[in-house]
Design a binder for this molecule. Structure first.
Ligand code: FES
Length: 110
């Protein structure tokens, strides 16, 4: 068993419970894209380099997640709609500790 469950609320407020593999070196932004929970071109624009914030999401559950890197901190400092619980989805690698994680996609940056 290498799949975990993640609940992702899309930008229209619709919640989706999805299975995410822990053994494919995926990040949360890639999971959102693979389930097409955000239109192509509105998420993952920089390709997961912590340089666009299009993958920003809010962490709703109280999971312990890895600390933000300096790059992630710097990008979130410039992004819009940032909250206390904002993270960049592309910087969150899917791991077993994330089972049951609940996140909400941040609004699209215009
Ligand atoms: S995809 Fe660009 S910051 Fe995450």
């Amino acid at each position: 068993m290498s799949d975990i469950k993640i609940k992702i609320t899309d930008r229209d407020g619709v919640a989706h419970e999805v299975d995410a593999p822990t053994d494919m070196n995926m990040n949360l932004m890639e999971v959102v894209r693979s389930y097409e929970l955000a239109p192509e071109g509105t998420i993952g624009i920089c390709g997961g380099m912590a340089m666009c914030a299009s993958c920003q999401c809010y962490i709703l559950s109280d999971h312990e997640l890895p600390e933000k890197s300096d790059d992630e901190e710097a990008m979130l400092a410039e992004a819009f709609n940032v909250k206390e619980n904002s993270r960049l989805g592309c910087q969150l690698h899917i791991s077993e500790e994330m089972d049951g994680l609940e996140v909400e996609l941040a609004p699209e940056e215009l």
